[in-house]
Design a protein around this ligand. Structure first.
Ligand code: ADP
Ligand code: MG
Length: 340
């Protein structure tokens, strides 16, 4: 039977993003617990139907690296998308609450162990290869909040770009999550699966450092970007006046690796396009000095600014850092998930 609101009982709210909210629900007739994403769509009925048709192809999607899909339906004025519930949540909330045990009201961010980041990278790449080869889609929104964990130790991707119409209608003038965007995408050039690889590289640094690489703790990862303001990026002055810099609200600002100062999101976009990419090992994050050269190299290949030089997911899977052999000392994802 098709999914419908009357069969779903709300259990808890899991989170809120740009496009809507996500609820933990129980499908009462079957007893299956699901995550229900509610997306407000401001579009005519024909477009809504088109979105549902596009989402339908997710029924074909079956991979250990992608959350399973139970179905989608219209619940005016929303579209509800029901997917596998991942009981340990997303990696952004995981790293932002590590270390806060016993102090539940105080979220203290902490780094994810590098061995766990390594295993996560492998699964995300597996997911990207699957999406490209089997589903013929790019993910388009790789970031810690779209990488989920369960207590089995499984790591899976959610929120990938199966529906162009859905993206068009959620994101009218604003596009979320641009801080993970590759330089070519910021500049409006053609992009490919390598753009997802860039976003993975930024994500790996963020998780391993316990903070966004272009930022101190103040960053709002989902600050929407007005693309119309970004279009003439090449024509913007190469350095913005410092008065403008200091007038920015702190919460909208981000600090660069190495502490260059606070930047607005627009300035950050400039920085990503113009400056060298961030690195896994950096003096500003003392514990990163312990990471291996193998790990650092892997991230270098994810963060080549020229997509022609950047590696694709398949080649990255062949790199030394992705080889599990001889890593007996590394905690398994399942054991680690049990500590959360
Ligand atoms: P964003 O990804 O930008 O944070 P979303 O609306 O996509 O916004 O998701 C909001 C939050 O809901 C996520 O950050 C995540 O913690 C949680 N979430 C999303 N999908 C699931 C799921 N399938 N299982 C468990 N938690 C989920
Ligand atoms: Mg999401």
């Amino acid at each position: 039977a098709p999914l419908q609101d009357s069969d779903l009982k709300n259990i808890a709210e899991l989170g809120m993003g740009n496009g809507g909210s996500v609820m933990k629900v129980e499908h009462v007739p079957s007893g299956v617990v699901m995550a229900k994403k509610i997306v407000l769509i401001d579009a005519k009925p024909s477009v809504r139907k088109q979105i549902l048709r596009e989402l339908h192809i997710m029924h074909r999607c079956s991979s250990p690296f992608i959350v399973s899909f139970f179905g989608a339906y219209l619940s005016e004025p929303n579209i509800c998308i029901c997917m596998e519930y991942m009981d340990k949540g997303s990696f952004d909330s995981i790293y932002k609450t590590i270390g806060s045990k016993g102090r539940p009201n105080e979220a203290i961010s902490g780094p994810i162990p590098i061995g766990i980041v390594r295993q996560l990278a492998k699964r995300v790449l597996g997911g990207l290869v699957y999406l490209k080869d089997e589903m013929e889609v790019l993910h388009r929104d790789i970031k810690p909040s779209n990488i989920l964990l369960n207590s089995e130790g499984e790591v899976k991707l959610c929120d990938f770009g199966v529906s162009g119409e859905l993206e068009n209608n959620v994101a009218k003038t604003f596009v979320g999550t641009s801080v993970y965007m590759s330089p070519e995408r910021i500049q409006g050039s053609d992009y490919s699966v390598k753009s997802d690889v860039w976003s993975l590289g930024i994500t790996l640094i963020e998780l391993a450092h316990g903070c966004f690489p272009f930022a101190d703790s103040e960053v709002e990862e989902d600050t929407p970007i007005d693309l119309t303001a970004l279009t003439p990026i090449s024509s913007l002055p190469s350095s913005l006046p410092s008065a403008q810099r200091h007038s920015r609200r702190k919460s909208r600002g981000v600090s660069l690796q190495g502490g260059v100062g606070t930047l607005s999101i627009l300035e950050l976009m400039h920085h990503i396009v113009r400056e060298p990419p961030p690195t896994l090992i950096t003096p500003s994050v003392p514990h990163s000095l312990e990471f291996t050269e193998e790990a650092a190299q892997f991230v270098v290949y994810c963060l080549k600014k020229d997509p022609g030089e950047r590696m694709n997911p398949r080649d990255l899977l062949e790199m030394g850092w992705m080889d599990d052999t001889g890593r007996g000392e590394e905690m398994t994802l399942r054991m680690w998930a049990g500590t959360l």
